[in-house]
Ligand binder design. Structure first.
Ligand code: NAD
Ligand code: WQD
Length: 338
């Protein structure tokens, strides 16, 4: 049984990926400082899968702790989710983001190198494509960033490419996620932001659950089919399954490769809102407000490389994403804290 070390495994994408890893027969060790997640998520994973997870509550920047973990367990590969992800907060607290995300990854990579663990799957983001003027975007699209959060992802990608150049025995998969939404269809794990959500889907579900009054739609005069922003929403379980494919890939190849994880389809804010209302039976009050700084009109993925090389394809449509997001939120109106 192969052991996977999952940093940030208590978070939204980490919990869904851990479930898929356990179900595929991997052993999972999680390191999470619970800065944006709750320990209860781990108990939910264990109930859902009937399997146990080894959890270390701690920080990826804690070299002594990594030393303890790497010397105790025989680790096949690392899936590295741990990071801060709020764009606005990264603008007001850039040093915190560079320290947590970039310096944290540096400590992790140094310790992996020391222990000869040279397989890693890294959570990057479509944000590294900056503000593209056309979509779909493939992995060869020029990289740029418009905020400190995006720059942390770009810097880590560059670190990983330099690492492979210096030592070609590394196996590195960089996964560029588009917009993960939805939840496991059990309704027992899902997205549970600590603060008022920044992202569209958790905002919609919290309005539906009565926790927030109304949605603000950021702009309706973009050059898109209905004037609202277009994104590539991807079911979090499809995203999780992409990590299993990437792990197989790093198990069989050396190199550094970036892969888009998106569906290739774009939906507007109003498309998503309408589909959510239809699938949930809830009415979501909304008003159109000004554009949000830094937002791009439209971006969606070209997922061909992931299909061709990883053999990965999405299974869930936008309706399933909305149903599953609502099942999670309606079963857990206050998230894990209940
Ligand atoms: P999340 O906040 O739910 O999960 C991240 C987890 O990492 C949290 O449990 C948090 O407590 C933990 N963590 C943060 N810093 C840590 C540290 N220094 N040491 C240990 N644990 C730490 O976020 P998510 O949505 O699951 O995102 C996972 C990864 O995917 C992140 O790196 C994020 O930047 C990236 N990503 C997310 C999205 C998205 O829209 N959700 C899109 C693209 C990329
Ligand atoms: C989607 C659409 C908004 C909220 C962000 C990060 C990106 C990645 C994913 C991590 C846009 C509109 C939103 C609201 C709205 N994260 N919107 N009202 O901006 O594509 O990407 O999360 O890597 O880096 O930037 O996602 O969900 O915030 O917005 O109208 O209350 O919904 O303008 O068109 P985004 P989002």
């Amino acid at each position: 049984m192969k052991t996977i070390f999952v940093t940030g495994g208590a978070g939204y994408i980490g919990t869904h990926t851990t479930v898929q890893l356990l179900e595929a027969g991997y052993e999972v060790i999680i390191l999470d400082n619970l800065s944006n997640s709750r320990q209860e998520a781990i108990q939910r994973i264990e109930i859902l899968t009937g399997k146990t997870v080894t959890l270390y509550v701690g920080d990826i920047r804690d070299q002594e702790l990594l030393d303890e973990i790497f010397s105790t367990h025989s680790i096949h590969a690392v899936v590295h989710f741990a990071g801060l992800k709020a764009v606005g907060e990264s603008v007001s607290q850039p040093l915190h983001y560079y320290d947590n995300n970039v310096a944290g990854t540096l400590v992790l990579l140094r310790m992996m190198d020391q222990y000869g663990i040279k397989r890693i799957v890294f959570s990057s983001s479509a944000t590294v494509y900056g503000i593209p003027t056309t979509s779909p975007v493939d992995e060869s699209f020029p990289l740029s960033a418009t905020n400190p959060y995006g720059r942390t992802k770009l810097m880590i990608e560059e670190m990983l490419r330099d690492l492979y150049t210096a030592d070609p025995s590394w196996s590195i998969a960089i996964l560029r996620y588009f917009n993960p939404i939805g939840a496991h269809d059990s309704g027992t794990i899902g997205e549970d932001p600590f603060d008022v959500p920044n992202n569209l889907m958790p905002y919609i579900t919290q309005v539906a659950a009565g926790r927030l009054k109304e949605l603000q739609v950021f702009g309706d005069d973009y050059p898109t089919h209905d004037g609202t922003g277009v994104r590539d929403y991807i079911h979090v379980v499809d995203l999780a399954l992409g990590h299993l494919k990437a792990l197989e890939y790093v198990g069989n190849h050396v190199g550094v490769e970036a892969f888009n994880l998106g569906t290739g389809k774009g939906y507007s804010v109003l498309d998503l809102l309408q589909t959510f209302q239809q699938e949930s039976g809830q009415t979501i009050p909304y008003q159109i407000t000004g554009k949000r700084d830094g937002d791009v009109a439209a971006i969606f993925a070209d997922p061909q490389k992931s299909k061709a090389i990883l053999g990965w394809e999405v299974r869930h449509d936008i309706e399933a994403m909305c149903r599953d997001a609502w099942r999670w939120q309606s079963n857990n109106p206050k998230g894990y804290s209940e």
